[in-house]
Ligand binder design. Structure first.
Ligand code: ADP
Ligand code: ASP
Ligand code: MG
Length: 457
């Protein structure tokens, strides 16, 4: 039996029209049962975060009105689908719990990570119930299945690490039901820690939920349905000429996602790589045409022209911390660990005779506070750096690629050049204000007109 896991992102479930498209896709893709993972309706996670912030600042009326707006939006989508009376029964206690959590935050004037995860999970749960109700109303044998029963994590709030063996064991009853022809609908992004508390996998983590479940269920395919045709040669919001990549390797997808391509969550490639399951990215809004618009990602690398670049990615808002050479390396390791525990992502850690350089993306007030205090220790912190990464299996075979790819930057300030953990990416640290110009320029030079450069190499 072909067991497929389909994941629908926020915009794919953000309106009645999108949900109806998703239903048609589910019907076509899972005729004998399967698993559907849905994100919260688009904008929901941001709105819950905003409400938590208002509540923690003591602005309870604003917090309440954010949640009220969220409720109105959800109810209008359910109304458009003719599902409001049925779903209201399931939703009312969920909205009640959200209000209760906000009151707790207001009383403490603080959002604890555990409370934040519990509140965010409500957004995901509202949409999974809605999708299940819609699929059922459309005649599919669908039922809601609680993700927290299966996605077991290490318990770290805000950025939990999944435990694949525990997930596989917990997913066995789901596998049994799906093999009997059921369609299960579950939440993305959330799981539970060893203490049973709700955890989240980091923003955009529903992709990872889908691929973890694909691995645990021995799925034949994991499909990520989103608002673009697939993985493109650049972020289409920055490069209007970005092209669809029809086939790519998991290593290429991993590098792109690590360097900022938001279309796939960084955690979603490892599970499908371990299980050797193809990962397909497709457009919910353009599902017609067999295979016309989609990217298929597999462990096997497609053949690439040596030296060619497949895609350009970028990551903004980076900070570069410099530690002088006399500083003990142990201090640099401690600082790196401290920043990571506070929620920062590390992009580079270079130690040499001239000192140590740490490039991180700080996230949240805790990281900011650590960085703000570093000046007192004599360390320098430079803000507003960005990474631009060129990715492609074609780079593997060409050790001179770094120099050739750098040439167009002649006049630019470069904070560093990094070759990723895999030899298929090259990343340059550049001042952030150059991104709008550099990304389209690199795309033009290396993807739209590669023959000019490959010939002269
Ligand atoms: P979803 O809500 O479906 O999870 P996301 O917003 O997380 O969707 O991811 C899709 C978005 O990723 C696209 O709308 C696009 O702006 C952005 N993106 C960035 N880089 C790329 C890329 N290389 N290819 C496709 N999309 C990209
Ligand atoms: N709803 C969550 C977010 O906005 C998870 C996801 O969409 O993947 O980050
Ligand atoms: Mg996403």
């Amino acid at each position: 039996m072909a067991l497929k896991v389909l994941k629908f992102g926020g915009t794919s479930v953000g309106s009645a029209e999108a949900l109806l498209r998703a239903t048609a896709i589910v019907r076509a893709e899972t005729p004998e049962g399967g698993l559907v993972v849905v994100s919260a309706l688009s904008g929901t996670t941001d709105r819950i975060l905003q409400a938590l912030r208002f509540a923690s600042e003591g602005d309870f009326p604003e917090a309440k009105s954010s949640i009220q707006a969220l409720r109105i939006h959800h109810e209008s989508v359910a109304h458009d689908l003719g599902l409001l009376p049925d779903i209201a029964e399931v939703w009312t206690p969920l909205f009640g719990r959200l209000s209760g959590l906000l009151e707790g935050v207001g009383a403490l004037c603080e959002v604890r990570p555990k409370t934040r995860d519990a509140a965010l999970a409500i957004g995901e749960t509202l949409s999974a119930h809605l999708a299940a109700a819609l699929f059922r109303a459309s005649g599919l044998a669908a039922s809601f299945a609680e993700a927290r029963d299966v996605i077991k994590t290490d318990g770290r709030h805000g950025r939990a690490t999944p435990r694949p063996a525990a997930i596989r064991a917990a997913a066995a009853p789901w596998k049994f039901r799906i093999e009997k022809g059921e369609l299960l609908v579950t939440q993305g992004f959330i799981g539970t820690g060893p203490d049973g508390a709700t955890t989240t996998l980091g923003r955009g983590g529903s992709d990872t939920s889908a691929s973890l479940l694909g691995e645990a269920l021995d799925a034949t395919e994991v499909q990520i349905w989103t608002d673009v045709d697939g993985v493109l040669s650049a972020d289409p919001s920055l490069v209007s000429t970005a092209r669809l990549i029809s086939r790519m390797s998991i290593a290429e997808a991993q590098a792109l996602s690590s360097f900022g391509a938001k279309v796939l969550h960084t955690g979603c490639l490892a599970p499908v790589a371990r299980a050797r399951i193809p990962l397909v990215v497709a457009n919910t809004h353009r599902s017609e045409g067999p295979g016309a618009f989609r990217t298929t990602i597999t462990v096997e690398a497609p053949r690439r022209e040596p030296g060619s670049v497949l895609s350009v990615a970028y990551k903004e808002d980076l900070a570069m911390v410099r530690l002088p050479p006399e500083e003990n390396l142990a201090r640099a390791f401690r600082l790196e660990a401290e920043l990571r525990d506070a929620g920062a992502t590390r992009f580079a850690f270079l130690a040499g005779p001239e000192g140590t350089v740490l490039v991180v993306r700080p996230e949240g007030p805790h990281c900011e506070a650590i960085l703000a205090n570093l000046g007192e220790d004599g360390f320098s912190v430079e803000r507003n750096w960005a990474l631009v990464a060129l990715v492609g299996e074609g780079l593997r075979a060409t050790p001179d690629a770094a120099l050739r790819l750098l040439a167009p930057f002649q006049l630019d300030r470069i904070g560093g050049v990094f070759s990723g953990a895999s030899p298929i990416s090259l990343a340059f640290l550049v001042p952030q204000e150059r991104l709008l110009d550099l990304v389209p320029r690199l795309h033009h030079l290396w993807i739209e007109q590669p023959e000019l450069h490959l010939e002269t190499a």
